[in-house]
Design a protein around this ligand. Structure first.
Ligand code: ATP
Length: 290
């Protein structure tokens, strides 16, 4: 399979009042076309900033310094002109966030928001064509009465429905890459599970590659073909999901796994105190391993 996303030696630091803070220390990560890859690690380890760099957002943040290579579908995101990066967002790559109600615009109907997204790819698309395509997508995410939903505002829908709308909207332009940052964690556990199953089936059907960001190892195991484990801005382990789960090689991965039974509905996994073992070299599993 061809490589879609190829991140090499990615470094990030922020300049603030108290000097420079290094956040990413030379990350390398790749995703093949159609592959589902998870990035797991505790809060603050650098997962979301990687997604924001892939989307080309942090490159445009004054306090951020980004270096390294972010190859996407033959182009180089880091050195691209800002307006070329902007053109990729919502078309070739799209993003799903934790909390759908804060990501959807509360002042526009769902139909208007779909039309805006679709016209990023094709500005001449008629409203009737946008609505027809939106209805198709909403049907794919099992939303009942999709034609009526187009006239609704996000606040008129439940959190679970809004999350489905977000998924439908993220996929409506057939992006090559979907960045999913803790999708559904703002929802209750059973709705989250349903939503993830739906997302899994849809990306499989459309052949969309996914970078799935999570600190929930149980969810990652269900969803991803391959896993990267990140600890304090370093990738410490990488491999096929089954292999990493059956045979975790890095002390930090083992600590994350040991922490799983202590996950509560509300909380993050509790990872033990930092130990020198967590600074051990990266563990890379064979692609053929399981
Ligand atoms: N704009 C910013 N300015 C300064 N520091 C930032 C900025 N954005 C992120 N950081 C810092 O970068 C580090 C990584 O943040 P990031 O949001 O990627 O963590 P995360 O692994 O996604 O955590 P979570 O699971 O809680 O979302 C954190 O220490 C965070 O405080």
């Amino acid at each position: 399979m061809s490589t879609l996303l190829d991140i090499q030696d990615l470094r990030l630091s922020f300049k603030g009042l108290r000097g420079i803070t290094d956040v990413l220390h030379g990350i390398s990560l790749s995703i093949a076309a159609g592959e589902r890859v998870a990035l797991v690690g505790e809060s603050g380890s650098g997962k979301s900033v990687i997604a924001r760099i892939v989307l080309g957002l942090l490159q445009e943040t004054r306090s951020a310094r980004v270096s390294g290579k972010v190859g996407f579908d033959g182009a180089e995101i880091n050195t691209m002109r800002p307006r070329d990066r902007a053109k990729l967002r919502g078309t070739e790559m799209s993003m799903i966030f934790q909390d759908p109600t804060s990501s959807l615009n509360p002042t526009f109907t769902i139909g208007n928001q779909f039309a805006e997204v679709m016209r990023r790819r094709d500005p001449k698309l008629s409203r009737a064509a946008c609505d027809a395509r939106a209805i198709e997508m909403l049907t794919e995410v099992s939303i009942p009465n999709p034609d009526r939903i187009l006239e609704n505002y996000p606040f008129q829908l439940s959190g679970g429905m809004n999350q489905r709308v977000m998924i439908a909207m993220a996929l409506v332009n057939h992006p090559k890459l979907l960045l999913a940052d803790e999708p559904g964690t703002a929802l209750d556990v059973s709705v989250q599970a349903q939503t993830l199953r739906l997302m899994h089936d849809l990306v499989e059907k459309h052949g969309t590659a996914v970078l799935f960001i999570s600190h929930n190892l149980g969810v990652v195991r269900e969803f991803a073909d391959r896993v990267y484990v990140i600890y304090r801005g370093n990738i410490v382990e990488e491999g096929p999901t089954a292999s990493v789960f059956h045979n975790p090689g890095h002390a930090y991965t083992r600590a994350l796994m040991d922490a799983v039974p202590r996950i509560t509905g509300a909380g993050l996994p509790e990872v033990p105190e930092v130990s020198d073992a967590f600074l051990a070299p990266m563990v890379r599993h064979d692609r053929g391993a399981a």
